[in-house]
Design a protein around this ligand. Structure first.
Ligand SMILES: Cc1cc2nc3c(=O)[nH]c(=O)nc-3n(C[C@H](O)[C@H](O)[C@H](O)COP(=O)(O)OP(=O)(O)OC[C@H]3O[C@@H](n4cnc5c(N)ncnc54)[C@H](O)[C@@H]3O)c2cc1C
Length: 226
């Protein structure tokens, strides 16, 4: 399985896929009742044409299933991408482990500028360390309350409400290349939050290895989903 580790306890794994660049050109050729068994040079041009002209449906005849582990605040952004399928670990049925995201010192940042034109700058080492310590302290207190409620017999679905959005969760994510490109155009971008962007970079690496011609056309056309 292709897997990329991320943040302090996360990963993206390509769990299964059914995909190649040939399916894109053959899907387009269905219009003319033809089909080929291998990619030729002119097929590379056809993929570029489809991307440029935003003929999007030929990019839908494939499927990728990812297994993802990330903090809940990242999933909150991720699950806005409706044209895809999700199944997530249940905090009602499973006792959640004390695994929380603490950013590396260089990822503790301050926000500079105005809405719509923010930039994020690394803070000095003392503040980074204090922030990391405060986060850990807060996580420890929240998890101790969760643990105490479980020990008293409170249901998991009630006790979990005290857990912060920095806790790690896991989910499966299944979608096609057209939807992946929409996700990447928005999440592997300057404007995306750093943490989800790291995941988007990993998704892009895993996807592009299976559909390199499609990926090159996506990049050449300004990283816009067709
Ligand atoms: C930098 C950034 C900041 C954001 N800030 C906020 C925020 O402050 N608040 C907030 O609520 N969200 C925010 N979002 C989430 C954003 O509004 C989208 O919900 C998210 O990016 C998913 O994009 P999508 O709808 O294109 O994806 P998908 O849901 O996967 O949809 C893919 C495509 O299908 C089509 N589509 C899907 N559903 C419909 C529909 N109902 N009607 C018509 N067409 C449809 C559209 O063409 C869409 O682009 C932010 C996203 C980013 C990247």
């Amino acid at each position: 399985m292709d897997r990329i580790d991320l943040l302090d306890d996360g990963f993206v794994a390509l769990d299964a896929w059914m995909a190649d660049d040939l399916s894109v050109v053959n899907a387009a050729r269905v219009s003319f009742g033809t089909r080929r068994d291998g990619m030729e040079e002119r097929d590379v041009g056809l993929v570029g044409f489809l991307m440029r002209e935003r003929h999007g449906t030929p990019f839908e005849h494939n499927s990728f299933r990812f297994h993802v582990r990330c903090p809940i605040f990242v999933v909150r952004e991720w699950m806005r991408h409706r044209v895809s399928s999700f199944n997530e670990l249940s905090g009602r049925y499973t006792e959640l482990a004390p695994a929380f995201y603490v950013p590396a010192a260089e990822d503790v940042r301050t926000q500079v500028g105005k809405p719509g034109a923010y930039s994020f700058e690394t803070v000095d080492a003392d503040l980074a360390q204090r922030t990391r310590a405060r986060m850990q302290e807060s996580y420890d207190a929240a998890y101790a309350a969760y643990r105490a409620m479980l020990d008293d017999g409170v249901a998991k679905e009630v006790a979990r409400t005290v857990l912060p959005v920095g806790i790690y969760t896991e989910f499966w994510w299944t979608l096609n290349a057209r939807s992946i490109m929409n996700f990447l155009s928005l999440r592997n971008a300057e404007t995306a939050q750093r943490e989800i962007r790291r995941y988007a970079e990993a998704i892009e690496a895993l996807w592009s290895a299976k559909m390199p011609v499609t990926h090159a056309a996506f990049v050449a056309n300004g990283r816009q989903a067709p």
